[in-house]
Ligand binder design. Structure first.
Ligand SMILES: *[C@@H]1O[C@H](CO)[C@@H](O)[C@H](O)[C@H]1NC(C)=O
Ligand SMILES: *[C@@H]1O[C@H](CO)[C@@H](O)[C@H](O)[C@H]1NC(C)=O
Ligand SMILES: *[C@@H]1O[C@H](CO)[C@@H](O)[C@H](O)[C@H]1NC(C)=O
Length: 396
């Protein structure tokens, strides 16, 4: 039945996908190499990059009115998705991740991280969105190695953390710090910050999905020693990317078109600054649903700038739930970014959007698998990695 619904939906999408081609180029913002498209902001005032992935929730009005499910310990939870072997054939120096990596060396590791994430997200679910985004931003730049956590130093004044895609929008650093502090008390020097981010992203998915997304996260990552602002600009996809740019960007990290569609579903949570999508509001042409555009116009200034750039929730229907509502929003053209709308610009991706929207539980298991796959990007080795004592600084 679900497949029939997908087929019917696609029949109607066929016309839409073609129609969109004509309007898309006109709607493309002129990319000036700055984030976002403010007119040359002062260097000292780095503009907020709004990211194409869930950003923080800053509005207290966005607080949840529900209680979080009581989680079972991750090690005992039945996975909803069997994690694929995250690393291909182990070649020399290649790191192999394992489920239950800390079972002997730090048995409480995963429970401690989950507790830190529960503490944070029960107060502010926006932090959960921030942590999932942090995981993505960590893995796409220098691999999953916690390079995104490193603070500026005299020797490295411009780390990833200060790059426009991350600063000041990336959130949840204090959650990682809390987990690391608790871990260093019970098993000092054992658990890498990179693993903490991966566990925390898994746990944030668990809490925000109300336990529907529940999977095992392989571990054994090492922390990197390199963190460059310029690389965040090179590798993190901005919100105005079209489909071919997004596909290329993901392919560079060994993620395919399916992973792109599935991971974009994280836009069902979090917020975005107006400047990320005002190029898609009238009088500019775009394929956005007119009623949605009118709503956004009422919340955003015509020309956002650094001092006046409010945020809106990504998913107006269920803003704090990690669910498939994103895909319904895409189909209805109630999405913020060019990169969201772009998922309808090819038949193949449009079909995947429809399937995720309509087939129950399909997206949840795909999301779990894609998170595990992303969590294995470009791992550090003993030669270039370490287990940091503090997540914000490299060891001496
Ligand atoms: C979670 O919150 C409780 C209660 O405030 C606190 O005792 C505990 O240390 C916190 N756990 C972590 C890992 O931050
Ligand atoms: C996406 O944008 C790039 C760069 O502007 C362009 O070369 C490409 O043709 C566009 N692709 C689509 C599918 O519109
Ligand atoms: C930002 O925009 C507001 C009005 O939208 C304006 O009052 C303010 O001067 C602008 N700030 C800058 C730095 O341009």
């Amino acid at each position: 039945m679900a497949n029939l619904a997908v087929a019917i939906l696609l029949a109607s999408l066929g016309a839409v996908a073609t129609a969109q081609k004509t309007s898309a180029p006109a709607a493309m913002p002129a990319y000036q190499g700055s984030y976002p498209s403010y007119a040359s902001p002062p260097v000292a005032e780095m503009p907020a990059y709004q990211g194409s992935y869930p950003s923080h929730i800053s509005s207290p009005a966005a607080s949840p009115s529900y209680t979080f499910p009581a989680p079972s310990p991750p090690s005992m939870a039945a996975p909803t998705a069997s994690p694929p072997s995250p690393t291909p054939s182990p070649s020399a120096g290649r790191r192999r991740l394992r489920v239950g990596f800390y079972r002997r060396s730090c048995p409480r590791a995963e429970n401690i991280v989950r507790e830190a994430v529960r503490n944070a997200t029960s107060k502010n679910p926006g932090l959960g969105a921030g942590i999932i985004r942090m995981h993505f931003h960590d893995c796409f730049v220098q691999g999953c190695d916690a390079s995104v956590l490193l603070d500026p130093t005299a020797a490295n004044p411009q780390p990833e953390k200060l790059s426009p895609p991350n600063f000041p929008s990336l959130r949840g650093f204090e959650v990682i710090d809390a987990a690391k502090e608790a871990l260093e008390k019970v098993c000092p020097g054992r658990v890498s910050c990179a693993d903490i981010i991966a566990f925390a992203a898994r746990d944030a998915s668990f809490f925000l999905s109300r336990a529907r997304i529940n999977f095992r996260m392989p571990a054994g990552r090492l922390d990197g020693r390199v963190s460059l602002s310029s690389e965040a600009l090179d590798f993190l996809p901005p919100p105005f990317f079209n489909l071919s740019q997004l596909v290329d960007n993901f392919r560079a990290k060994n993620l395919d078109e399916d992973d792109l569609v599935v991971l974009s579903g994280a836009h069902t949570i979090g917020v975005s600054h107006c400047s990320s999508f005002t190029d898609r509001l009238p009088p500019n042409p775009s394929d956005m649903n007119p009623a949605f555009a009118t709503l956004l116009q009422s919340k955003c200034p015509v020309s956002p700038n650094f001092t006046n750039d409010p945020t809106v929730v990504q998913d107006i229907v269920t803003p704090n739930r990690l669910d498939t509502r994103y895909y319904t929003n895409v189909l209805k053209r109630n999405v913020l970014f060019t990169s969201d709308a772009a998922l309808l610009s090819s038949r193949r991706t449009a079909r995947k959007v429809a399937e995720n929207a309509l087939i129950p539980r399909r997206w949840e298991s795909k999301f779990a698998r894609a998170m595990v796959k992303m969590a294995a990007i470009e791992l550090k080795t003993a030669a270039n990695g370490e287990i940091r004592k503090m997540c914000r600084v490299v060891n001496n």
